[in-house]
Ligand binder design. Structure first.
Ligand code: SF4
Ligand code: SF4
Length: 514
C-alpha cells in the first residue's frame, strides 16, 4: 500500500476546510494521503477552541480570515512562513493506541526527517516539537471513526509581532522587550537551516512518515479544493455561569446557560486534543435539563469510562463541573451575580470555597487595579486616600486583621508566595484577571496554598481596547476591582468565622461537661 503525497505552494485559507474534507474522504475509502501546504495569512483555530478566548478578534476583524481545523489543540497565527502538513489514513483495527501515544509516534518521523538535516529536535509532550527547548512546531490529532487525522505546523520563518497580535496573549509582549522574549521561545527552521529547500524537506518527511506507517511514498498531483466562505461568529447565548480548568493537555472551559437552576445549554471549549470529535457535543447534550448544583456528579454519571484525550482525564472533567457548580453556589450565597467570577484554587481539589475563605489570612491585590495616576500604583501599600476601590479593599481587609499586599510584578508575586509558604499561611484571597491566573498558574501551584480568586474586569493586559496605544508599546492596563463584591466576600468570611467560633465554643462546652 502507498502513502500518496503532494504539495501545494499556497492554499487560500478558505479552501482549507474542503481540503481536509477531501483528504479524510480518501482515508475513509482506505487510502493514506499526505499533503504539504502553506496557508496565506489567517488564524487557524483548534477544533474545540472558543474564538473569543483564543483570538484577538478586535485585531483580526477583516484583516484576514479565521478557519477552524478538524483537529484539537491551540490556535495558530499563520502566513506562508509556516509549513502545514495534513495526514489522513485508515485507523489500524487491531492496534488502537491512546491519543497521547499516537501523537508522539506521529511526530517522531518529522523529527527523524529533521535529523537528516543535522537538526536535533525532540518531542515535547503534549504536542510540541522543540530544538534546545525552543518551539519549531506542533502536532494536532484526531481519530474520527475509522480515520486518523494528523496535522502539524512547522515554522520555517515566524512573524512574532503578528502572532502576538492575533492570539490572545498579554499586550506587554508587544513591547520591544516582550517581542524579544517571545522570539526566544520559538526557533523557526530557517534560523537553523538557512539553505533549507522545502521541496526536499517535504519528500524527506513523506519518506519517514511512510516508513512509520509501513507504506511506500508515492507523489501525486495536488488537489484543487473548493473555496468556502470564511467563519462568521454569531453571538451565542451569553452564559450565566462559566468555569475553567488548566490541565496538562490545555485549558478546558464550560459555559452554561440556565433556567433557574436547570441547565438549558452547556458547552465545552478549549485547546484540548480529543480522539472523538463528538465527545464534547455529547457531554454538552447530556447536561441539558440537569441541575447546576449537581453538575460534577452529573458529569461523573454520564461520562462513559475515561474519554481518550491528551493530558486531561475523567476526573478533570468531573472537577470542572464541580468548579462550575461552586461558582454558581457562591453567587447564590452572596446573592450577587458578579460572584460567578470567583474561582477556587485547591491543589488537592478537596477544599470547599467556604473553608478556604474562613482560613484566608492574606489578600493579594494587583497593581493594575490602582489608578494609573496613583503614585502607589507600582508600590506595595496604600494610604487609603479614598479615590479608588483598592483603597476600600485595603481598609476592609485591614479592619479584619488581614495582611494586604499589592503585587507589583510577577517576580514580586513569587517572592510573596514563597514567604507565605514559609510562614505556613493556610489560605489567601487573591484578585487578578483570569488570563493571568491561567498563564501563570504554576506560581500558585508551586506555593500550593489554597486560594479564592476574584476576577477583575475593565482593561486588562490581555484586552485590546486602546489598540493603537498598545501597538505603540504603551501598556497602562487599568483593571477594575468590584468593591461591592470584595466587601460581600469579606462579610461572608465574617459570617463563616462567627459560625465556626460558635461550633468551637459548643465543642469545648461539651468537652467541659464530659
Ligand atoms: S486609595 Fe490607595 S491605591 Fe487608590 S488612589 Fe488612593 S492611594 Fe492610590
Ligand atoms: S491585568 Fe492586572 S492581573 Fe491581569 S495580567 Fe495585567 S497586571 Fe496582572
Amino acid at each position: 500500500m502507498t502513502l500518496a503525497w503532494h504539495d501545494i505552494h499556497t492554499l487560500d485559507p478558505r479552501q482549507f476546510e474542503a481540503y481536509e474534507e477531501a483528504l479524510c474522504a480518501r482515508a475513509q475509502a482506505g487510502e493514506a494521503v499526505l499533503g504539504f501546504s502553506r496557508l496565506s495569512r489567517c488564524a487557524l483555530m483548534g477544533a474545540f477552541e472558543d474564538p473569543r478566548r483564543a483570538l484577538r478578534l478586535s485585531y483580526i476583524r477583516d484583516r484576514f480570515p479565521i478557519v477552524r481545523r478538524r483537529t484539537g489543540g491551540g490556535s495558530l497565527s499563520l502566513d506562508p512562513g509556516t509549513l502545514i502538513l495534513v495526514l489522513a489514513f485508515p485507523s489500524p483495527r487491531n492496534n488502537i493506541k491512546p491519543l497521547a501515544e499516537l501523537m508522539a509516534s506521529l511526530c517522531a518521523p518529522l523529527l527523524q526527517a529533521l535529523s537528516q538535516y543535522g537538526l536535533c529536535a525532540r518531542f515535547d509532550a503534549p504536542n510540541d516539537m522543540t530544538v534546545e527547548d525552543r518551539k519549531i512546531g506542533s502536532g494536532f490529532l484526531l481519530r474520527d471513526g475509522d480515520v486518523i487525522v494528523f496535522e502539524a505546523a512547522l515554522a520555517l520563518s515566524l512573524d512574532i509581532e503578528e502572532l502576538l497580535k492575533t492570539l490572545r496573549l498579554p499586550l506587554e509582549k508587544l513591547s520591544a522587550a516582550g517581542i524579544l522574549a517571545a522570539r526566544d521561545r520559538f526557533a523557526p527552521l530557517n534560523a537553523h537551516l538557512p539553505d533549507l529547500r522545502t521541496a526536499a524537506l517535504h519528500s524527506t518527511i513523506a519518506l519517514h512518515l511512510a516508513q512509520a506507517l509501513g507504506l511506500s511514498p508515492q507523489r501525486e498531483r495536488p488537489p484543487c479544493p473548493k473555496t468556502r466562505s470564511p467563519m462568521v461568529f454569531t453571538e451565542d447565548c451569553v452564559p450565566d455561569v462559566s468555569a475553567f480548568l488548566k490541565t496538562p493537555g490545555g485549558v478546558v472551559y464550560i459555559d452554561v446557560c440556565l433556567d433557574g437552576t436547570m441547565v438549558r445549554r452547556a458547552r465545552f471549549t478549549g485547546s484540548i486534543h480529543c480522539a472523538n470529535p463528538k465527545t464534547w457535543a455529547r457531554l454538552s447534550d447530556s447536561l441539558q435539563g440537569s441541575d447546576i448544583t449537581r453538575l460534577g456528579l452529573t458529569l461523573d454519571r454520564v461520562l462513559e469510562g475515561s474519554p481518550d484525550m491528551i493530558g486531561i482525564d475523567r476526573a478533570d472533567i468531573v472537577y470542572l463541573g464541580h468548579l462550575c457548580a461552586s461558582r454558581h453556589a457562591i453567587s447564590q450565597h452572596l446573592d450577587f451575580s458578579a460572584a460567578r467570577q470567583i474561582t477556587i484554587f485547591s491543589l488537592d481539589r478537596t477544599i470547599a470555597a467556604q473553608d478556604i475563605l474562613a482560613a484566608a489570612e492574606v489578600v493579594l491585590l494587583p497593581y493594575c487595579a490602582k489608578p494609573s495616576w496613583c503614585k502607589w500604583r507600582h508600590r506595595d501599600g496604600c494610604p487609603e486616600c479614598g479615590f479608588c476601590a483598592v483603597g476600600e479593599a485595603y481598609h476592609l481587609a485591614r479592619q479584619r486583621g488581614l495582611q494586604v499586599v499589592t503585587i507589583t510584578a510577577y517576580e514580586h508575586l513569587c517572592t510573596v508566595l514563597a514567604d507565605m509558604k514559609r510562614r505556613k499561611v493556610s489560605a489567601f484571597l487573591g484578585v487578578c484577571c483570569t488570563d493571568f491566573f491561567l498563564k501563570r498558574d504554576y506560581a500558585f501551584v508551586d506555593a500550593g496554598i489554597p486560594a479564592l480568586f476574584i476576577d477583575i474586569g475593565g482593561d486588562t493586559c490581555y484586552t485590546l481596547r486602546l489598540e493603537e496605544a498598545a501597538y505603540a508599546g504603551r501598556f497602562e492596563a487599568e483593571a477594575s476591582l468590584d468593591a461591592r463584591l470584595f466587601a460581600n466576600v469579606l462579610q461572608w468570611r465574617d459570617r463563616l468565622k462567627a459560625d465556626r467560633d460558635v461550633e468551637v465554643g459548643r465543642a469545648s462546652g461539651l468537652n467541659g461537661v464530659l
